[in-house]
Design a protein around this ligand. Structure first.
Ligand code: FES
Length: 105
């Protein structure tokens, strides 16, 4: 499915992700600036922080306690914050829009 990443300076990058791959991996594979993903997706770094677009928050679903714990270490955290290594592409998320923070630390 498609994911659009909107960087802090307003640039939009739309990429195609296979089902099952993560929004973090999609950014890394396509060299989209703004997501670091230092731990490779094992919920140990908090450098894959994104803001989920309001219209997509319900589809993405609730945050797990483990993810919420790790998210505390990210910068610019808000209500709509998620760790993108925990968002896996599936049919319902085709068209997903995420906003990237200014920095990951
Ligand atoms: Fe490290 Fe997501 S890539 S927590």
């Amino acid at each position: 499915g498609r994911v659009t990443y909107i960087t802090h300076d307003g640039n939009r990058h739309t990429v195609e992700l296979d089902d099952g791959s993560t929004v973090m991996q999609g950014a890394i594979n396509n060299e989209i600036p703004g997501i670091d993903g230092d731990c490779g997706g094992c919920l140990a770094c908090g450098t894959c922080h994104v803001h989920v677009d309001p219209q997509w928050r319900a589809a993405v679903g609730p945050i797990s306690p483990e993810e919420a714990d790790m998210l505390q270490f990210s910068a610019e955290v808000a209500e709509d914050s998620r760790l993108s290594c925990q968002i896996r592409m599936r049919k319902e998320l085709d068209g997903l829009i995420v906003h990237l923070p200014e920095a990951q630390h």
